[in-house]
Design a protein around this ligand. Structure first.
Ligand SMILES: O=C(O)[C@@H](CO)OP(=O)(O)O
Length: 221
């Protein structure tokens, strides 16, 4: 029986400052580093075969800290036409090495014109209800940005094409990503309705653990 672990990056500098981050590549805060290290301690004895992350450094930093605790060398397999010829192919990896695939399909929701804005100030300007709708509804796009549906529509095809086959092959998979890309993944694997998805919050640095059994995801506390 193999498993899927989903981790939202530790607190970022802009989570700390209560600003919309989206695709802005802000790093972890000091507290975020500590959260990622606590998460690493929790996962220390969990055997991992393959890692996926976004193109944003906060999710990559979180992943590095998790792998460092496991004394594993994560090796990025970057996309390029020559990758299979020039890269160090995973078939040559030893037990201390783990392939990392990164994609902007796993990036945070693109927050458009809200990126950089303070969330409290946005509530004062646009009203609390409107900001909640932008942040948590399924279908409504924030100005110039992606709705959760838009995020889902890039995240889930990537999940099906790249992550599911690894699970099908019996691999233990970790995905280090973002609040809204992971809300999409959890919506998909737990079959959460559009009406219920606004209630789903994913905490920073707290791993979600699923066993993968015959095509089914079984959540473990
Ligand atoms: O700012 C963001 O990019 C996200 C996650 O931190 O915010 P929200 O939780 O409001 O979707």
């Amino acid at each position: 029986m193999n498993y899927l672990i989903l981790v939202r990056h530790g607190q970022s500098r802009w989570n700390l400052e209560n600003r919309f981050a989206g695709w802005v590549d802000v790093p972890l805060s000091e507290k975020g580093i500590k959260e990622a290290m606590d998460c690493a301690n929790e996962l220390e004895n969990v055997d991992l075969d393959v890692a996926f992350t976004s193109k944003l450094s906060r999710s990559q930093e979180t992943l590095y800290l998790i792998l460092a605790r496991q004394k594993k060398t994560g090796i990025f397999l970057h996309d390029s036409k020559k990758r299979d010829e020039w890269s160090y192919h995973p078939s040559r990896f030893d037990d201390s090495e783990i392939p990392i695939y990164s994609s902007d399909s796993l990036n945070e929701r693109f927050y458009g014109n809200l990126q950089g804005q303070n969330k409290q100030e946005a509530k004062e300007v646009y009203g609390e209800e409107q900001v909640f709708i932008w942040r948590r509804s399924y279908d409504v796009q924030p100005p110039g940005g992606e709705s959760l549906r838009d995020t889902y529509e890039r995240t889930i095809p990537y999940f099906k094409e790249h992550i599911l086959p690894q699970l099908e092959n019996g691999k233990n998979v970790i995905v280090s990503a973002h609040g809204n890309s992971l809300r999409s993944v959890v919506k998909y694997i737990e079959n959460i309705s559009d009406d219920d998805i606004p209630k789903l919050e994913i905490a920073t640095g707290k791993p979600l653990y699923y066993q993968y059994v015959k095509g089914e995801f079984i959540k473990k506390e």
